[in-house]
Design a protein around this ligand. Structure first.
Ligand code: FAD
Length: 424
């Protein structure tokens, strides 16, 4: 997975490179993974004067946190209406509030530390791919208003140009509570904020093995080791056999993005007039937005094997032209991909393994803000193991069946999903 071609890497704020761990050290909490989950855990621990060390195998923000679409969204992968049907109205109400808390955590950190990451309360737009999808969005909007007093609004197909100049969609739903940001700049700023409070972060330091000896975790790295009473896994879509129990419960799925050359301001303002973060309602959805420097960025084409190829990016380019045919003569200047972490029930999960390891993962492409909240909750759980858990923390993480064969099986399934997206 290349990082270098991403628009976010090309437009990142000036930032430091960090040293790798050399030698043996002891701390209170070891955190594996330098994305939002790991960095937010470190930030919130350091705020409470707890010593912690982050081990990142590449550089801070190298994973999904530095590569995502920058859509800082409310809610979850499933609609609140579907969640209420599955878990009940009260649980759904609490889960919605938790997702909004995720955005508040991001906004607070950004404001407190003056992180320059273009954070903006632009709202998001769910674009209906089929008339039936529009009906489902309407039902969701009415349900959230009636039962949660949560205001969103519907845009009829005839009014679509108010939100989107695309021939592909049948209206949609605006949620004004969502935000956008420059994802890598948020990750870099979060790392600096954590360090300013006393957290220690090592780049280019892969955790190679984890042992528990008595009450102590010992994590070995290529040229050192860290010992601590507590261990946190923040590896999400990049989780490997290093932690087998988590690897069998999170499915890495590749998602790929293209970004155009810079476009005239008038063009981007017409294509997405209110600068919303847009995702459509397909199973294999397209997500797209304007960028701070007037490009159109579109992500799509999931791939279960996580294999990049020119053909794959041609497909994503084709997806972009389906949405905005008038961009056919515009150059694509950036292409990149990264790994999402999916779970069986499409919920993010937080908890502890039997040996005490804390984890949070499985954001299902919806983790730009809730992962920062998860880091805060992990920090609270380390400090006060008996604190009362919220609704999200009470949902158990399940193993994904056919773990060993999953890439092959799911690549087959994905072919049919694309067909289903066309048919239904
Ligand atoms: C292309 C793409 C687009 C997305 N778009 C959006 C979006 O617009 N909105 C949204 O809400 N979400 C989006 N997401 C999802 C979102 O980016 C993630 O949910 C979020 O960044 C997860 O953060 P994380 O810290 O848990 O994981 P990551 O950011 O993936 O970090 C995990 C880190 O762990 C490190 N690691 C793994 N193993 C080891 C090891 N053994 N030793 C040391 N380090 C290790 C990796 O190098 C990596 O940096 C997108 C994801 C992708 C890939």
């Amino acid at each position: 997975m290349s990082h270098i071609q991403s628009l976010w890497a090309a437009t990142a704020n000036a930032h430091q490179t960090r040293v790798k761990l050399e030698g043996s050290i002891t701390t209170d909490v070891i955190i594996i993974g330098g994305g939002y989950t790991g960095l937010s855990t470190a930030y919130h621990l350091a705020r409470q004067h707890v010593n912690c060390v982050v081990l990142e195998q590449q550089q801070v923000g190298w994973g999904a946190s530095g590569r995502n679409g920058g859509m800082v969204l409310t809610g979850y992968k499933s609609s609140m209406y579907d969640i209420a049907k599955k878990l009940g109205k009260d649980a759904a109400r609490e889960l919605l509030a938790i997702s909004v808390d995720g955005i508040n955590v991001v906004a607070d950190i950004v404001a407190k530390h003056g992180i320059a990451c273009s954070l903006a309360n632009c709202g998001n737009f769910d674009a209906a791919y089929k008339p039936a999808h529009f009906d489902a969005l309407k039902k969701n909007q009415e349900y959230m208003l009636k039962h949660f007093n949560y205001e969103t609004h519907i845009v009829e197909k005839k009014d679509l140009k108010q939100e989107l100049d695309s021939p592909l969609y049948h209206g949609g739903l605006v949620d004004p509570h969502s935000y956008s940001f420059h994802p890598l700049n948020y990750a870099l700023g979060l790392a600096d904020a954590a360090e300013s409070l006393g957290a220690v972060i090592y780049d280019e330091t892969p955790a190679l093995s984890i042992q528990k000896v008595g009450q102590q975790f010992i994590v070995k790295t290529p040229s050192g080791q860290v010992s601590a009473m507590h261990l946190v896994m923040g590896t999400n879509g990049y989780t490997t056999e290093l932690c087998k129990q988590l690897a069998v419960s999170v499915m890495p799925i590749g998602s790929y993005i293209v970004a155009t050359e810079r476009l005239p301001r008038a063009t981007v303002e017409r294509l997405i007039p209110n600068d919303r973060m847009v995702a459509d309602t397909k199973n294999f959805l397209y997500y797209f937005r304007r960028t701070p420097d007037d490009r159109i960025l579109l992500g799509g084409r999931v791939d279960f094997a996580g294999m990049e190829s020119p053909a794959l990016y041609n497909t994503v380019h084709g997806n972009l032209l389906e949405v905005f045919p008038e961009l056919k003569d515009r150059k694509i200047e950036y292409r990149w991909g990264g790994l999402l972490g999916f779970t069986l029930d499409f919920f993010p999960h937080i908890g502890q393994l039997e040996d005490g390891t804390h984890f949070a993962l499985g954001y299902c492409g919806h983790g730009a803000s809730i992962s920062s909240l998860m880091g805060k909750l992990i920090a609270q759980n380390v400090i006060d193991p008996l604190r009362e858990k919220n609704q999200l923390e009470r949902i158990p993480l399940k193993r994904i069946p056919l773990h060993g064969q999953r890439a092959i099986v799911l690549n087959l399934v994905s072919k049919y999903y694309h067909l289903l997206d066309k048919l239904f």
